[in-house]
Design a protein around this ligand. Structure first.
Ligand code: DGL
Length: 259
């Protein structure tokens, strides 16, 4: 049993969508969340830069006693998780676009993936996509511009809707029946996505799967917390008020940290 915190990081506020799933499944765990919003978006950065930022976040979380790290960012996972697993002793849980369930359940055999350029161009994503999408057409779309809008508190805006219409119309014209959200910021766009997508198009994200995997790994390593009131600490190196908006329903501490 371990009361050391679970460490979680993302390029910004998006990974709070993962934190919520973790907290639902593992309500007694202490957590520390890092929103590296000053460096968002990661998706437009070079592989080396994404790796450097992931190392910086990991070392900060380990310095704060993390027993396990959730890389709550598809871009950081697909570009850095192999290196992190090789170089640090704690278990790492990553997140990747959920191509497998979308491809398996698709009737039209055409699926869409909305993710960052950094994820779409990574070797890990391309390998996974090849393995799981046999016989299925995968329409990839870089969601450029969406992360900065969500980071500036404009998830529900005409700008977001216009960008999404531009990105999704070609997929809809082609006949997708599943849309994979390949970025942890995008679940915050679901209310707008529901306005745009016909009812039969299923939205797939990986948050719940990440929480289940975290539970399994904590259990396997005998690291689950005992029943207790948890301490949930959130840190951002940018705007505290914006991060607060994403977790206002929860009993958490949100603070600025220069990292
Ligand atoms: N939440 C990150 C992801 O899942 C956003 C990437 C970015 O900052 O561009 O990929």
């Amino acid at each position: 049993m371990s009361l050391q915190p679970i460490g979680i990081f993302d390029s910004g506020v998006g990974g709070t969508s993962i934190w919520k799933e973790l907290h639902k499944l593992l309500p007694f765990e202490n957590t520390i969340y890092l929103a590296d919003s000053r460096n968002a978006p990661y998706g437009e950065k070079s592989d080396e830069k994404i790796l450097d930022l992931s190392v910086k976040n990991t070392e900060l979380l380990l310095g704060k006693g993390a027993k396990l790290i959730v890389v709550a960012c598809n871009t950081a996972t697909t570009n850095a998780i192999a290196y992190l697993r090789e170089n640090y002793d704690v278990p790492f849980i990553g997140i990747e676009p959920a191509i497998k369930p979308a491809a398996l359940n698709s009737k039209s055999k055409i699926i869409g993936v909305l993710a960052t350029q950094g994820t779409l161009s990574s070797a890990l994503f391309n390998n996974t996509s090849k393995v799981f999408s046999e016989g299925v057409k995968v329409m990839e779309q870089n969601g450029a511009g969406l992360v900065p809008l969500i980071e500036s508190g404009k998830a529900f805006s005409a700008e977001s809707k216009n960008l999404l219409l531009k990105y999704l119309n070609p997929m809809l014209n082609e006949g997708i029946d599943h849309l994979v959200l390949g970025c942890t910021h995008y679940p915050y766009l679901i209310p707008i996505l529901k306005q745009i997508l016909p009812e039969h198009v299923e939205i797939i994200d990986s948050g719940e799967a990440v929480a289940k995997q975290t539970y399994a790994i904590l259990l396997k390593n005998n690291l689950l917390a005992t029943k207790q009131i948890p301490v949930n600490q959130f840190y951002t190196n940018a705007n505290v008020e914006i991060l607060k908006q994403f977790v206002y329903k929860y009993q958490v501490q949100v603070n600025y940290l220069d990292f």
